[in-house]
Design a protein around this ligand. Structure first.
Ligand code: ADP
Ligand code: MG
Length: 478
């Protein structure tokens, strides 16, 4: 007999799949395993505490609907959570009984999560009468959540950051580690978290510090013989934000003191937020003990922004500065500068500067000229999104249509041509190309390329189209 719970869950998944976007489905539902079903209670296993919280926060209604459809009214969901307790690194599962009611889930201790169970540890360093730290947080007020544009590239770290900001030390995301390449918004996001904490809980002592500054302070304190004060100060914080911890690499003494501070804060349910330009596993030359602690909470990465987010960011920045540019120029910028957000801002600023210096209106010509200088050194790569945009424009379709499931002939053909160019002109592997087209698999891409090659050989009109599109892609790129 095929397992009852598998059947129930796979039916639930069908309904869920129709109601969430493919990316979310892949991220949040594919990793779930069903465990058992008993008396209208389905037990599923999720990979982490965070997962569970996310599901409860974002999908509780949908889960309830799906479950009731399968098991009838009054059915319940139970979660098995795999807890990575790095200290003894065994994973163990424990069960939380969660009725799929639409109650906001907000108290972990109630359900017995084995996190932050530590009560008040007496701090021998606290000097009586000096319990409240009155410090300058070193936060940049200009970096807020309001002006941190949300997109697929940053949804996870942004919402985890927001959760932390509203309840520092009181979520499973401790430490919260945000990583990603340069210019993708790490510093902005952690300041936003800090600012939000000061807004919600003005009495909390929050400190933002770059790793470099931390190292220098520590070295100075050793020179001056007051490194105890240094330690003492940091241990009194409620929220410690350390930016760019990759800078600690090879600095063993600093790592050691940071390790002590980390442990102290963590034990006392104080929030720690760190950023790094790479994933924890790639942080070479960092003490294993420190690394394993970084993994206790949540590591979330900021990815390179997709086209839509880039356009949104540009539009937002223009709106803030009270400038208007026509959409053709914005799209041009967004298409051509796709590596990071700092560059995107830089391009916009230099475009404005050029225009005002030369007293010229900003038109596409100027934008093209400027971009050429701006990205001269960067090797230009054509992106899949860019190809999709040009091909869909050519056939008067939308990019969404290209990605859709539809089997209409002219859309299928445009989709295949886009895949063909993506294969020819980008370095993306087949799998990634497929992902860009609504999550199709690599064999679909191979098939598309074969079909296009065949048609080029046999269909004159088709060949003309392909040549024209190829020309457009190249003109607009170089
Ligand atoms: P990192 O610390 O990762 O190198 P920054 O936080 O310094 O990157 O971000 C670079 C620039 O891009 C900053 O000016 C920041 O305000 C901007 N930026 C990054 N992400 C976003 C976003 N999602 N929305 C708006 N601006 C952003
Ligand atoms: Mg930074």
């Amino acid at each position: 007999m095929s397992l009852e719970h598998d059947k129930v869950w796979s039916n639930c998944l069908k309904l869920i799949k129709d109601n969430v976007n493919p990316q979310s489905f892949k991220t949040w539902f594919e990793p779930i395993k069903s465990i058992k079903v008993e008396d209208k209670v389905l037990t599923i296993q999720v990979p982490s505490q965070f997962f569970y919280e996310w599901l409860e926060e974002h999908y509780v209604t949908l889960l309830k609907k799906a479950l009731e459809k399968e098991l009838g009214p009054g059915s319940k969901l139970e979660y098995n959570i795999i807890v990575d307790n790095s200290a003894n690194s065994n994973t163990r599962a424990y069960t939380i009984n969660v009725p799929t009611r639409n109650t906001p889930y907000n108290n972990k201790n109630e359900v017995g999560a084995p996190l932050n169970v530590n009560a008040n540890i007496h701090n021998p360093f606290i000097i009586p009468g000096l319990k409240k730290l009155n410090i300058d947080s070193q936060l940049n007020r200009n970096y807020t959540f309001d002006n941190f544009i949300e997109g697929d590239c940053n949804r996870l770290p942004r919402s985890a950051g927001f959760a932390v900001a509203n309840k520092p030390g009181g979520t499973a995301f401790n430490p919260l580690m945000i990583f990603g390449g340069v210019g993708l918004g790490k510093t902005h996001l952690v300041h936003a978290i800090g600012n939000r904490i000061k807004e919600v809980s003005p009495n909390k002592s929050v400190l933002y510090v770059s790793s470099e500054k931390f190292v220098n302070q520590y070295v100075d304190s050793c020179k001056n013989g007051n490194n105890n004060d240094f330690l003492n100060f940091y241990q009194l914080l409620d929220v410690l934000i350390v930016d760019d911890v990759q800078f600690f690499a090879k600095k063993e003494k600093t790592q050691e003191i940071f390790f002590q501070i980390f442990n102290h804060l963590h034990q006392n349910n104080k929030q720690i937020i760190i950023t790094s330009d790479r994933a924890p596993r790639d942080l070479k030359d960092l003490d294993e003990r420190l690394l394993s602690r970084f993994k206790w909470g949540l590591s979330a990465d900021l990815q390179t922004p997709d086209l839509e987010t880039r356009i949104n960011i540009l539009e937002y920045k223009m709106y803030q500065d009270g400038i208007q540019l026509n959409s053709e120029i914005i799209e041009y910028l967004a298409h051509n500068i796709d590596s990071n957000i700092r560059e995107l801002e830089g391009a916009l600023i230099s475009l404005l500067a050029q225009a005002s210096l030369n007293r010229k209106d900003i038109d596409l010509e100027l934008a093209k000229k400027m971009i050429k200088n701006f990205v001269k050194n960067a090797s230009r790569e054509i992106s899949i999104e860019y190809i999709q945009k040009l091909v869909s424009d050519y056939y008067s379709l939308t990019v969404d249509q290209l990605k859709s499931k539809t089997r209409k002939r002219e859309i299928v053909q445009a989709r295949q041509i886009s895949m063909y160019f993506a294969k020819q002109l980008t370095k993306a592997p087949l799998k990634k190309i497929g992902m860009h087209f609504g999550g199709r698999d690599h064999s679909t891409v191979i098939h598309a390329c074969q079909t296009v090659n065949d048609l080029i050989d046999t269909d004159k009109k088709f060949r003309g189209d392909v040549e024209e599109i190829s020309k457009r892609i190249k003109i607009n790129t170089y």
